[in-house]
Design a protein. Structure first.
Length: 202
């Protein structure tokens, strides 16, 4: 191979390695008893500080067991929160019926292969409508109808995915709330796939 050919191969290899590095994800692996909330804060900060272009996404893998939260989780960056076994019943994220469990507001954020349990929703001071007790895929401020226009639009959120999950044992005590799982954003990016929603109180 001549010198020009060798240079071309070297450049192609460098480009390939660079592309692979850019596409890689930063991984966090937890076991029961580890602090999920702290890990979420760390993962988001690491993503924000990433110097790759695009920024490397996060993958947080939860080992078998129960993870009890003290406050709602917000996923608004490219992150996958996934149960390690692929069986939703093996990995439970719960809130002891004190708050909503999860808000997703990023098209590349996904929660997969786990159970979301014991969420609660009362009244956030709204005269009509309201949140939900388990999961919402939308902007946290999506209810301001005087500013935002049109259901199922970018104005209401960036999207997100809830895949192969169980949402159970959640409750809402507010008459006009929107139930247990609530979606509002771009239709092509706001996805609930192969989930079971059961044993909830509305």
């Amino acid at each position: 191979m001549n010198k020009l050919g060798k240079v071309a191969v070297a450049l192609a290899m460098a480009f390939s390695v660079g592309a692979a590095m850019t596409a890689s994800a930063k991984e966090y692996v937890l076991k029961e008893g580890d602090d999920l909330e702290k890990t979420l804060v760390t993962a988001r900060a690491d993503w924000a500080a990433s110097e790759t272009d695009p920024k490397e996404p996060s993958v947080i893998t939860l080992g078998e067991g129960t993870y009890t939260l003290t406050q709602e989780m917000y996923l608004d960056w490219p992150v996958t929160l996934v149960g390690a076994t692929g069986k939703p019943d093996d990995v439970v994220v719960e809130g002891n019926k004190k708050f909503r469990i999860l808000t997703i507001n990023h098209a590349d954020a996904e929660v997969r292969d786990l159970t979301i349990a014991k969420g609660h929703y009362a009244n956030e001071g709204l005269t009509y409508g309201g949140g939900n007790a388990g999961v919402r895929i939308c902007k946290p401020s999506n209810l301001d109808r005087t500013v935002l226009k049109g259901w199922n639009s970018d104005a209401y959120g960036s999207g997100g995915k809830l895949t192969h999950c169980v949402v159970r044992d959640c409750e809402t005590t507010y008459f006009h709330s929107w139930g247990i799982v609530y979606l509002n954003g771009p239709k092509s990016k706001t996805i609930v796939d192969r989930c079971v929603i059961r044993d909830n109180t509305h």
